[in-house]
Design a protein around this ligand. Structure first.
Ligand SMILES: [Zn+2]
Length: 395
């Protein structure tokens, strides 16, 4: 009797825009080790923090909405800490351990010291300082505008350069998660709302608003656990592609209205540590940032040297630098989609190379940039790593 050969299951590879595509663009080899590794799960510090702060903002919105926590600022110990522990618990269940110098995972009564400085838990370490600043700065302005939180986006695209027998599939899936702000909520909001103020100062938004075909519109929002990138950097461009691709995915959902702009929050701008000030100073000196400090802020940044404590910058500068409004237009949207097609093509090509036995380090593109390498778990055996010695860094 002849046995029939079971056909291969039909699988459409699915790519998350931030978790896969942007992560791959940061460094292909790091992405490979982190996602498809035979090694135990490891996650670069920036990625852990990006996931963490995203989760914290989403959970904070739910508590604002459901527990009616409408008064700001929220207290760290009695309100925010519980949110952090909840997000940490969820991330651990996915195998993601918090970096010890970044987050204290213990409750007050815990006898375990872990890598904390003493037993007086909880410690407000870097991740907590950033979470508190993010919630208390943007929560009062952002949460009242949210119409729908954690909206899952999903789309299907043709596999670039599909070849029967070689390609894994003729399609690929692309996914993301956003918060959606609606025109209804924007109309209802207080005239002291800072986000609305910034939107109205944006000429493209203003123009789109005056030329609406229907009265309803939307704004999509995402959070970044990082500093505002310099305008000549790949990240600056990649984040624009991300927002535009999200707007395309959103436009295919039947309940959506026209997306006028996307907003990204660069939440690390709200609490700047030494490394951050150093980057900011360099971007200012080289004229590579779109939101420039002036007066006292400018002087404090230019005068600062890495032997001294980070200068206190004005709240207005920190807020302005932490919000980026990205207009949505059809041509740029199309361009972004084709950019991500190219990224998928690269990843799929690397997978095929590796399957054919080319070896991991020869199959995946390495993209060494000092900041990426410094925070990379794989630097010790990566032949291209830009880091010699190991220093702990903040995300
Ligand atoms: Zn602790």
């Amino acid at each position: 009797m002849a046995l029939s050969v079971r056909s291969k299951p039909y699988i459409i590879p699915e790519y998350s825009l931030t978790g896969d595509l942007l992560s791959y663009l940061t460094c292909g080899l790091q992405y490979r080790y982190q996602n498809k590794g035979t090694l135990p799960p490891a996650m670069p510090i920036q990625l852990w923090f990006g996931d963490f702060i995203h989760g914290v903002m989403e959970e904070a919105y739910l508590r604002w909405d459901e527990h009616d926590w409408k008064d700001f600022p929220w207290d760290w110990e009695t309100q925010i800490r519980d949110i952090e522990l909840e997000i940490d618990k969820r991330m651990r269940s996915r195998g993601l351990q918090p970096p010890a110098n970044l987050f204290c995972p213990f409750k007050a009564e815990d006898e375990n010291q872990g890598l904390c400085p003493d037993h007086n838990h909880p410690h407000k370490l870097v991740a907590s300082i950033r979470a508190e600043a993010a919630i208390n700065t943007w929560g009062p302005h952002l949460f009242p505008l949210i119409d729908d939180s954690e909206v899952k986006l999903k789309g299907i695209r043709d596999m670039p350069h599909y070849q029967k027998g070689t390609s894994r599939s003729n399609y690929y899936g692309i996914t993301g998660i956003i918060d959606v702000l609606s025109s209804v909520k924007l109309d209802e909001a207080s005239d002291k709302n800072l986000i609305i103020k910034y939107l109205h100062q944006n000429p493209v938004f203003q123009y789109k608003l005056e030329n609406l075909e229907k009265p309803e519109y939307e704004i999509i929002v995402d959070y970044k656990g990082m500093q505002r990138p310099p305008i000549n950097s790949p990240s600056w461009q990649h984040h624009q592609w991300q927002v535009l691709t999200y707007s395309w995915l959103r436009s295919m959902q039947p309940e959506s209205s026209e997306v006028l702009v996307g907003i990204l929050f660069y939440l690390n701008e709200l609490s700047l540590f030494k490394d951050d000030i150093q980057e900011l100073k360099r971007d200012v000196e080289e004229g590579k940032t779109d939101i420039k400090p002036y007066a006292d802020d400018l002087e404090n940044i230019l005068r600062w040297n890495d032997q001294s404590e980070p200068p206190a910058l004005s709240n207005s500068l920190k807020k302005l630098r932490s919000i980026r409004i990205i207009p949505v237009d059809y041509d740029n949207q199309k361009k972004s989609l084709s950019e991500f097609d190219t990224v998928v093509d690269d990843i799929e090509g690397s997978i095929i190379k590796e399957v054919k036995g080319c070896g991991i380090q020869s199959s995946w593109k390495i993209n060494p940039e000092k900041r990426t390498c410094d925070a990379c778990d794989f630097r010790t055996f990566c032949k291209e790593s830009k880091t010699g010695k190991i220093y702990p860094t903040v995300p």
